[in-house]
Design a binder for this molecule. Structure first.
Ligand code: SAH
Ligand code: DHB
Ligand code: MG
Length: 222
């Protein structure tokens, strides 16, 4: 089995189980045309975010790392019609501009509150506004600060909230405490923090697919 098979299986699953529509396809197309890195969640992963958000009945969602808004569209669509809000945080104004257009085209402008800046700089405003509690948080920005994002989101969760952290395995880099990339080392910090955290039950699932070998953590707040 090689990466070609992983991608082919992702395509097979996507064709059968992951309904694509104009807005999702257009979002990917516009992101590519604008030169954004193609690091958005895969279609099956986007579908999983959507299913998880539905499972928890999410109407208040927080996302770290918008990129072109592809994952944001999946998350926003899981909420009750007109009755929910995704707050999504993006450091790069160019990415945010593409996301805004993609969200407008998807008819989700009113459901999504897109804020531009490094997430850690945006959190005090959210705090002051009394944002939360969040039913679901998706952590997918710079991976160095994932532990800080997790801690912040956990304090603004309720019993039954989910916190999903993307890219925690990184080609098995999770095993290497001396990994050269601090973003990979931060995933060990995140795991140690979660292990010591009495408020959550969690697991990490390794993934292969069109995005290679990686994984995500799901933490349920109890
Ligand atoms: N969630 C998106 C992919 C996000 S890629 C999807 O699946 O469709 C990671 C994004 O995080 C990039 O757009 C990057 O610009 C942004 N980012 C990087 N550092 C950040 C920071 N400190 N705060 C907020 N966003 C950041
Ligand atoms: C990469 C993948 C991601 O899902 C992400 O959020 C950031 C980077 C990558 O493959 O480089
Ligand atoms: Mg990611």
């Amino acid at each position: 089995m090689d990466e070609r098979a992983w991608s082919a299986v992702d395509s097979y699953v996507t064709d059968l189980l992951v309904p694509q529509d104009e807005a999702l396809v257009a979002a990917l197309e516009a992101s590519r045309e604008a030169g954004l890195p193609a690091i958005q969640v895969s279609p099956p992963q986007g579908r999983l975010l959507y299913l998880l958000a539905k499972l928890v009945g999410a109407s208040s969602i927080l996302e770290f790392g918008t990129l072109g808004g592809y994952s944001t569209i999946w998350l926003a669509r899981a909420m009750p019609d007109g009755g929910g809000r995704v707050i999504t945080l993006e450091a790069d104004p160019d990415h945010a501009a593409v996301a805004r257009e993609n969200l407008d085209r998807a008819g989700l402008a009113a459901a999504v509150d897109l804020r531009v800046g490094p997430a850690l700089d945006l959190l005090p405003d959210l705090e002051a506004e009394g944002a939360g509690p969040f039913d679901l948080t998706f952590i997918d920005a710079d991976k160095v600060h994932s532990p800080e994002y997790f801690a912040w989101a956990l304090d603004r969760s309720r019993r039954g909230s989910l916190i999903v952290s993307d890219n925690v395995v990184r080609d098995g880099g999770l095993l290497d405490p001396d990994h050269e990339d601090p973003a990979v080392r931060a995933q060990r910090t995140l795991h140690e923090m979660i292990a010591a955290e009495p408020r959550v039950e969690a697991t990490t699932i390794q993934t292969v697919g069109v995005k290679g070998y990686d994984g995500f953590n799901v933490a349920l707040v109890g």
